[in-house]
Design a protein around this ligand. Structure first.
Ligand code: BGC
Length: 340
């Protein structure tokens, strides 16, 4: 598998941004070291045409100014932490509040807004970022890494690692917005998710702590259905978010999810060892211009964020998101693309 890299641009702080490409003319993935960001993912459709199946921008400024975490690796804790604070070992940690009174995707300057170190390693590219003790309010110096590997048959494999010198919380994911047609909205994409339950949200998109069956709700993706079928339902969990913005509790059987676009014939098959999948249908993405001048906006992509449950630190009935000092955090996700 070919790995190449080229200069992509500079941040406003003057840092060089590099674009890493894995693959060849048949199919490839591109990552920026800025935010450890998946910028392009080009796979063939049923006619052999290469389709870029993720949303993104042409310039570094697009990513610096953008608010939607397009393709980025948020951190230290992806998703929300209620009240922007938590206590650990009897100590209260005050985090940056950047989503009303709550903390979202790592704070005011999360991992998505830093240039990561990058090197070729283990048949792929390893991106590493050292987050200092106290950054955005989190305890402990945390070294986070994402090993990215790619092949058309094996798919895009993301292996997340982290280690901290103090007890802390961590939740790493990728925030790609998939559009398996390369444009338009994703309402006709058919989604299947191996999840029998979801975590109920309040009006601020924070879990109430209740884990409810998907049965009879718009969150029921146990059989494949078009994303648009129930997206405008009156059920409170979709109504209050203007679409899907919900953590589905993965049952553990593979694959975790399948996404299929009847128009292009492209199918994404997702496997992961994470307990949760945040399904987000770009409800708040305002209209903007993406790669190659292609416009995109609300509902033009779908995020399948493999992760710990949101706000897990405040809910003892959720799987723990605590990383103890010296322990190794290891999680993975694999996105395989085929077509009919
Ligand atoms: C969150 C949304 C948020 C979006 C962009 C998603 O992961 O669940 O609530 O609006 O990211 O920030």
């Amino acid at each position: 598998m070919e790995i190449t890299h080229r200069e992509f641009g500079h941040t406003r702080r003057g840092e060089a941004v590099t674009c890493w490409r894995l693959g060849d003319g048949e199919a490839f993935a591109e990552f920026l070291d800025y935010g450890c960001t998946l910028r392009r993912l080009c796979v063939p459709d049923r006619t052999g045409r290469l389709v870029d199946v993720v949303l993104g921008y042409d310039t570094t400024a697009g990513y610096e100014d953008g608010d939607g975490y397009l393709g980025a690796t948020p951190g230290r804790f992806s998703n929300r932490i209620g009240g922007a604070s938590f206590s650990l070992n009897g100590k209260t940690c005050l985090l940056a509040a950047n989503d009303g009174a709550n903390h979202l995707h790592g704070g005011l300057r999360g991992f998505d807004k830093y240039v990561w170190q990058a090197e070729e390693a283990d048949g792929g590219v390893r991106f590493t970022r050292v987050s200092p003790d106290g950054e955005e309010g989190y305890p402990g110096t945390l070294t986070a890494s994402v090993l990215v590997r790619w092949s058309l048959s094996g798919g895009l494999e993301l292996t997340y690692g982290a280690v901290s010198d103090q007890d802390t919380v961590v939740n790493l994911t990728n925030h790609a917005y998939f559009n398996l047609c390369g444009g338009g909205d994703v309402l006709s994409h058919r989604l299947r998710v191996n999840a029998d339950f979801f975590t109920e949200n309040d009006a601020h998109c924070l879990p109430t702590g209740r884990i409810l069956p998907v049965d009879g709700t718009p969150m029921d993706f146990r059989q494949a259905k078009p994303i648009g079928r129930d997206i405008d339902s009156d059920a409170v969990c979709v109504r209050q978010a203007g679409g899907y913005d919900i953590n589905l509790v993965l049952s553990g059987s593979a694959p975790a999810a399948e996404l299929y676009a009847p128009e292009s014939g492209i199918r994404l098959t997702l496997t992961t060892d994470q307990p949760g999948l945040q399904l987000y249908t770009a409800n708040t993405l305002t209209g903007r211009t993406g790669k190659g001048g292609v416009p995109f906006g609300r509902r033009s992509g779908v995020c399948l964020e493999t992760q710990a449950f949101p706000d897990a630190i405040h809910h003892p009935n959720f799987p723990s998101c605590v990383l103890r000092a010296g322990e190794r955090y290891a999680r993975s996700a694999r996105f395989v693309f085929t077509h009919d």
